[in-house]
Design a protein around this ligand. Sequence first.
Ligand SMILES: NC(=O)c1ccc[n+]([C@@H]2O[C@H](COP(=O)([O-])OP(=O)(O)OC[C@H]3O[C@@H](n4cnc5c(N)ncnc54)[C@H](O)[C@@H]3O)[C@@H](O)[C@H]2O)c1
Length: 256
Amino acid sequence: MRLTNKIALITGGASGIGEAMCLRFAQEGATVIVADIAKEQGLTLAQNINQQGGKALFIKLDVSQQSQWQVAINQIVKQYGQLDILVNNAGIAIPGTVEDCTLADWQRTQLVNSDAVFIGTQIAIKTMKAAGGSIINVSSIEGIIGEPKAAAYNASKGAVRIFSKSAALHCAQSGYNIRVNSLHPGYVATPLIANAVASMPESDALEFQQRVLANIPMARMAQSSEIASAALFLASDDASYMTGSELIIDGGYTAH
Ligand SMILES: NC(=O)c1ccc[n+]([C@@H]2O[C@H](COP(=O)([O-])OP(=O)(O)OC[C@H]3O[C@@H](n4cnc5c(N)ncnc54)[C@H](O)[C@@H]3O)[C@@H](O)[C@H]2O)c1
């Protein structure tokens, strides 16, 4: 029970990696706020957690809308009196090389994957500054290394990586007990990857899948629960001296 009495907000909590984090954090004693645009999925997950003896609440939140963040945080503070953990996990992947990517796809990607992380981190710092907390920004190995078919996604995740360091330094220098770290999963079997592959032309999809699998030293994609374990570490006091760091969970992908 590493998160007893903690209030944790997880964006994109209704599916994939976010869902696994909600389940794991709840098992570890946290009250989990499942925040997502997918209302049915989010409500069902919160209900399941509550039925299994955990504590969860669903809040509909489009992370790209600043006004919705304020409403969500107000509700959390009113109901629970505090926010201890924020995981900025919601994200989208629209495949495209630098030549294929439209400006609209580029801007949509930056809005959800990068602008929203700024908005969430800013409002969480304001909420956590008195009592402290942990902010985990979900980047990707693609925030560190390039992928030819993910120009906009690469840019958005690179922004999350370096922005997290800036926010971490600011919090430390200001004397806030708030840690900010970025999390960099490799390839994880979730709807995000399945949908991105499905939207590619067939030959591109095949090339992408073969190349990616061939380059994972552990020869398999990650399970969402394996990423949730890393997030749990960053969220808990076990990571009490860790801020401004990047935690890579990629089966060895970026080791070569
Ligand atoms: N799957 C991977 O291989 C992989 C690898 C590295 C990083 N990531 C990152 O992990 C995070 C989670 O990805 P996933 O694979 O679990 O994807 P997923 O598609 O399974 O889940 C993403 C969730 O985010 C929600 N979401 C999308 N836009 C939103 C918005 N505007 N506001 C609120 N919620 C929104 C979706 O409804 C969905 O529930 C993303 O940031 C992704 O970029 C994924």
